[in-house]
Structure formats: structure tokens, C-alpha cells
Design a protein around this ligand. Sequence first.
Ligand SMILES: [Zn+2]
Length: 828
Amino acid sequence: MRRIVTVTVIALAFPLLVHADAIRQTKGEIYDAFRQLDVDLPSPNMYRSASGAPGPLYWQQRADYDIEVVLDEGRRHIAASETVRYTNNSPDSLRYLWIQLDQNRFRTDSLENRTRTATDPLTILDRKNRDVITFDELAYEQATRETPYGFEIGEVTDARGRVMPHAIADTMMRIDLSEPLGPGERTSFSIDWSFYIIDNPRVGGRSGYEHFPETDSYIYFLAQWFPRLAAYTDYTGWQHKAFLGRGEFTLEFGDYKVAITVPSDHVVSASGALQNASDVLNAEQRRRLTNARRADKPVYIVTPEEAAENETAGTNSTRTWVFEAKNVRDFAWASSRKFIWDAMVHRQDDSRVPEVLAMSFYPNEAQPIWSMYSTQAVVHTMEVYSRFSFAYPYPTAQSVNTWKSGGMEYPMITFNGYRPEPFLQDDDNPVEVAPDSTYSSKIKYGLIGVIIHEIGHIYFPMTVNSDERQWTWMDEGINSFLEYLAEVEWEDGFAAYTPDPNVLDYIVPYMLSENQVPIMTNSESIPQFFDNAYSKPTAAMIVLRETVMGRELFDFAFKEYSTRWKFRRPTPADFFRTMEDASGMDLDWFWRGWFYSTDHVEVGISDVREYRVSSKNPDTEFPLQREENAKLYPESLTQQRNREEGITPRVERVPGLEDFYNEHDRFTPSNQDRNEYTEMIDGLEELERETLRRAIEENRVVYFIDFVNSGGLPTPLPLSVTNADGSKDFVTIPAEIWRLNHRQVTRLLVRDKAISAIELDPRHETADTDFSNNHFPRRIAQSRIDLYKSAEKDRDLMRGMLEKLRESKGQAGGSGREVPLDPGQGEQ
Ligand SMILES: [Zn+2]
């Protein structure tokens, strides 16, 4: 189908270049890239200090939950009820409470569904600007149309059982209180609800179920599954911006007690610690679990063979698993009869939580890589992250395989993808390997990487509780930075970013790209989401740690931020201020450049000039000037060729024509020159005379090095200097060199040794976007080039007709009829 589109072109009656950037103060080319951030950051107050620490009157709300939920496997449906105790620690009286109903996002009339845009062809590598619709988009449309997804809210009652008025606004629900909840007061209320679990492979999203048709079994992974208190904060009041799919969750801490009723052959993984092992595990499983608490490598609680057996048996009875989670901001769970379960202990130097049980839950389809890597990656994450922040704060850390790729985080539990690709049987090409024994390196490193990332989120934002609905970078960016550190510590050359594992090389195309927004942009309005909110902050933090601040100052300041805001809710300003407060560095230019602007790093060496200090003594200097002059102005070609042809100048042929000037050129010192030199020396101050004397004695080399900055982002200048004697020095010029002129600077270097070459950023530590101007003198770029052959393959219809017809796995609606090849109807 083609659509005819008419476009009306209108003349714009207003200037196109209205720069809405009130931050930048411009006169001519120069602006103050080092201007302080004060006007851009919120004013410090009693809740948030100017140091970046929580203020003396810092407060946050609290919500404790008791939940009972029943999974109806036949209908892929849950029914549940909760009692919430809400504590108002704010100085305000609240007349109503806001509740998050995230499942409502999947209703056909949700704000997100009504404002979905078609896939941008550019994002799926189809560069021919034409309309595209993906299988995923169509499957989503079909699934949300055929099942009434979203919360079905039943009774909402107060502590005395009275019905509470409530109103639903998209993914939020307001509950009206019969009387205002004053500062320091607590209230409790109950909600009944139910909903259809989303078919995750079709609908997408962060939870749902996956169906395995071979055994007609399921994996359920439930998140955003209960009505959750919206956050009420000192900086924005209620955070009740609708859930549009990206800006994740802004939540309050509390204690949870959750009873989950599932078919009795299911294994349940959930936020928190299991309270009733004796009701749901058999004696052998309990014995294995006890062993796991002492195991320094993963041991099975449910073996792959037992999981395979569970999968085929089936049951009509149910069991209730009870979990408790203390001081968490959310609760998620997963349930399946397919789960293999392994566990080991992670010991840490922390009196409150000395031991953490690291666990993984996965189906046989995820083997063999899950039993090899999952729980080990969980433990590795805790080792690395705890060193940079704080001890892991909870008793369990779990990784559950819930989908083919990707991941999602909750307190103590993470949903992670990556499975070996199912082995495609091809009768014509039998391969002699077991179906599950191969996997690509992408799947291996994807799995380890996603587990590190999601377990890492239990630190940021599950413990350092940033406002995800507002700022994606505060959890994804900081977490991706630590993930990168943990990956590099997993193995050398870890394929964290492709094709180059160095994030500072990876980020270059994004930094140069058009239609970019600053990192400081609301989650829902970010084009190129991953690079903006994950990779660019990672790159920024690496530059900050390795090059701007150095590891010692950075690590101390970052740990200070983590511990100040552990179990609290930081804002961007709290991060920026703490990093400065604890390091003694003014980093406003860095936050402004990397977080508030779309500038990139593009610096080069444009010129280098070498000097020695002149003695001004004509007897020393004039001969040197003569040499220099000869180098600057070689003999003219005419004069040179005359000599080669044997033409002798007249003054040499005719005697008597030569005089004083033929013996002395303009570089011959005269007595007048000598007297002027003596007068000059006598006229110098004592200090000046001594400075000149010493300079002549030391004969050091003076360099003027010109740097240009066409990217706009101020950057340190790491320099590898090769000396004339072959030795090398490494010098890093701090970024403050750009504080008076962010476009070009000249650096004066006085050195003992002459320099033969300078290379800027040889270790790729600044995210510089173009290395061709980083050498002085310039280098010839060397590479290898392929010969290009252009030929298009002909479509051979006759050959195509003779091919054997293959059986399809399913009927997609098209005709599978075989067309016989008629000898009379060959290709024209
Ligand atoms: Zn993440």
C-alpha cells in the first residue's frame, strides 16, 4: 500500500535561529566554558546541603506492604490483595495519596499506547527513508487488542474497612484520605486487584510470561505487579508523571511480607529471603540449600535433570511461598516448573550482612552457559561494586533467566536474558555436536555483562534510590560505568563495547551525531536512548576517574556519594556537589560540558615552535642568525644553475671589483653592535641580568605548542613527548588550560631536551573524536585497502524452480503451493 502525502510549505515569519540557551553567555566566538553551575542547580536548603549531602532536615516517606497473591496458571492471571502502611515523614499534610498502576501502560487506551510513534527507519538500519513496520510492533498490537491488560482494581478500603474514594489517571491512582495525614503520621489501607499477565515475547515490557510449547510450560516473571506508592519528595512533591515505558520507577523504601501461591511443582524466586522453606522444599532440597550457604562455587538445589522431570509431570495442587524483604523499594518474583536452581555464598566484610546467598534460576534451554556463568557473575558483581560503594546490603542476590536477551533489576532479584541459540536441525548438513553445546561469544559476554549490569542495579538505584522517572543517567549511567569496571576485572579485553572494547572509542560516533540532547534530559525525551543515558555517562565517568581526577580522588569522592545517599534519594545536584565536595576539585566545567551540553571532544596540535633564549651578544648571535637565514632562504635556483653551468660572476673574473662588502655580510658584528650590547647588559636590573646569564648557561629549549579545540568540550591534554635522544616523557595538561579561551590555547614548555615529536592522547583516554591531528609532526595514515569488485547476482528463475520445496514450521497465510517448472515458460 502506498500513501499519497501532500505537504504544504509555509514561509516562516520568525527567525529560525532562536537560541533558547539561557545558560550560555556569548559575545563573539568566546563563551565561558568554566562558568560556575550555581544558577543551573537548585538552591541548597535544609533538606539538601550545598556540600551535596542530605541536609539536617532530610526526610523521605515510607511504605510497608503485606501482600497475598495467587497465580492462576490456566488463565495467566493473578489475583491479589495488599495492606499498605504509609508513613508521612514530610513536613506537609497530605489529603490524598498517589499510587502507581504500571500495568495500565498495556491498556489500549494508555497514554503510551495513544502516543506511540511508528518505528523510525533510521533506528533499524534501513537507510532508505521509507515506512517500516516490525513483527514486534504488529505482535504488540495484536496481543494488547485481544487481552484486556491493565489493573482491575477491586476494593480500596481504609484500616477500619471503609471504602476509600479513588480516581485513576492513566498509570496513576489517587486515593482520597478521609482526613489529612499530618507530618509524622501513619495510615494504612488495603487494595484488591487482579490482571492478566502480559505475553512478554509479544508485548515486551519488563515482566510477563514466556510459553514453551514443547512441554506447554511457562516461566512467569512478575514486576510492577502490585499497586505501589508513588514517591513524595522535597524537590518535586508527588512524582506521578505517567509511565510511558522508559522513565522507570521512583519508589519509597519499606518492609515487605509477600505470600505467593503457585502450582506446587513450581520453584519461586523473589525479592527477599524465603520464610517457609519447610513448607515448599523437600528435605533433600533443604539439605542442598544449607550446603550452598557454605559453598564457594555454585551447587544445585534443583538439578537440570530434576527440572526436566518437573516440566513433564504436571499438577493440580498449589503451594504458598512466603518471602520477607526488609528496607527495599520494590518487590518482584518469578515462578516456573522449569527452573534449575543453583546457589553459593558470597562473604563480605560487613557486620550487618556478612554472608549473601547468590542464586540463579533458569530452564534447561539456558544451558550450559547459565550453570557456568550466572551465579559466578552475581558474586563477581558484588565483589567489585562493594569495593567502589558499600557492602551489598541484602541477604540474597538472584539472577533469573526470563527471556532471550536483555535484563531488568529489582531488589535482590534480576531478570536476565541470553540463552544459547536453539540448534537448527538441518538434515542435509548433519553436524556432530550436542544441540546445546555451542554458543556465540556475543551470547556468552552478553550474558555475563547483563548479569553484572542488573545485579549492579541493586546498588544503583535499588539502594542509592535516584528518581528514575526523571533521570535515566543517574541509575543507568552510573551503573553502566561500574558494570564496565567489573567487566574489565572479569577478563582482559572483555567485549563490553563493540567493535572496540574501550568505551571512549565506542562513544565517538554518538558524540558526533546530530539531533542529540544533553545527558541532563528527562528520560522520556531522549533520542538515541542507550548511548545518551548509558554509554555517554560511562565514558564521562571513565574520563573523570582516569584522567581528570585520578583514581585516588575519584574513588574517595564516589564512595562518599554512594554512602551519603545509600537508602536515600539523591538528585543530580547532590551527585555533582558531592564529587566536588569530597575531591577538592572544581568540576563545574566538566558537568557543564559532559552533562549539560552536546559538545564533543575534538582537540589537535596545530603548531609547535622551538626556541633557545638569545644571549643578545652579537659575536654569538650574528653567526647563528646567518645559519638560520641560510636555512630559511636557500640560494636562488637561477644562481645555483648558473654555477652548475660554469658561469663565473664578473667580480670573480675581473680583478679589483671586490671590496669590504664582498668580505662581510650583514651578519658581521661591528664595534657599534658590541657597544650597544654592553650598554644593554649594563642597563638590566640585577635580577634580569642574572636570569639572562642563567638562561644562556643552561641553554634550555623553549616550546610554544598551539592546541585547537573545535569540539567545544574542555578536556585535559595527555601528551606523549618523544625527545630528540629517543627517550619519552608523558605529560598531562589539565583541562583548566581552556579556562580563558575554549577554542585555542598556546602552551609554553621549557625543557632540558629537544623534542622530536608530540602525540596527543595516545592512550585514547579523552574520547577525542579525530586522531588525525594529534601528531606533531603529522603522520602518514597507514592501512590496507580492498580491491572493489562490482557485480550483481542474476536471479535464475529456472534454477529456483528446480530447488526442493521445504516444509514450513507453521502456515503464515501465504500459499505453499509448488509451481512445476514448465519447460516452455523459462526465464525470458
Ligand atoms: Zn540498567
